[in-house]
Design a protein around this ligand. Sequence first.
Ligand code: F0G
Length: 352
Amino acid sequence: AQLWPGLIDAFRDRLPVSDRTPVITLFEGGTPLVPAAELSRRTGCEVYLKVEGANPTGSFKDRGMTMAISKAAEEGARAVICASTGNTSASAAAYAVRAGMTCAVLVPQGKIALGKMAQALVHGAKLLQVDGNFDDCLELARKLAVDYPVALVNSVNPYRIEGQKTAAFEVCDRLGRAPDVHCIPVGNAGNITAYWKGYREYASDCVVAGTPRMFGFQAAGAAPIVNGAPVLAPMTIATAIRIGNPASWALAEAARDESGGLIDSVTDKQILEAYRLVARSEAVFVEPASAASIAGLLKTAADGRLPTGSTVVCTVTGNGLKDPEWAIAGAPKPITVPVDSHAAAAQLGLVR
Ligand code: F0G
């Protein structure tokens, strides 16, 4: 069997790399496209999940980070910095280790999931909790990158988008066509921008015919693009997309408009319902922010905006293990039994 070489080598001819670019990789990309039977049944569509939680650090950020860190290494950087709601910091910290760089991360105090914090720390990042939200962290990171010798690896770094666009290539390669609709969570709006770039490139080079309509979903308490104005105090249990003033706002609107798509919001209640559904019925454990794409799929199917019979891909952006709080919160408390088969059988409802 052919081993997956990581996305830079898999898509080298479509990425801004040369033989002078050191490839800093954890063999990211090549993630599963999983058919979703129950979601297909409920929506009358053919639904697939692009499971980005299968990446090395458990989120799609690794696609962007292999590119951003490789290019930073090519340019001689010794240190990188990012603002993050958690996943970017986990990924940056890991890839910085591979590159022998130091990594600084700025996170909103008390607002990142425990697993992501653990990742940044275990990989040795210098982590600062900022008394502010993600938007404040990004402003600070941008300023530090201007004033000090440290490379910014947030998605405002164009190499991040280049790496992340490869997910669209993989979807088309696997389906043998572009989907009709692509559902995706929207936070800082880098990923919807990246997918749209990838789909456009495959279409303009005639690798596949056509492009999907891009359906982006923000959390209702953090939905600046839907509201048409920045949200000063963004609020949602989906901490990964708790963002009030996305850096790629205009590009997300362009993806929406050029693709004939939409950007809508989903409530925390809808997010949590989708989160449990996708775990229970598709066996895919995602983090709450990732379930925004599923919640959006169900919402647009229910109100008629998603045409029946469409081929739909939902990106589920991050692994559920990063934020176990919500999995445990919604589950019954485990029952303790003695070492006794009758007692265990009784509790399990087993009958002979
Ligand atoms: N899903 C997850 C799990 C994320 O971590 C993010 C963003 C998004 C969706 C939204 O993607 O920002 O490209 O629109 N997380 C960033 C971070 C902000 O710092 O980890 P986006």
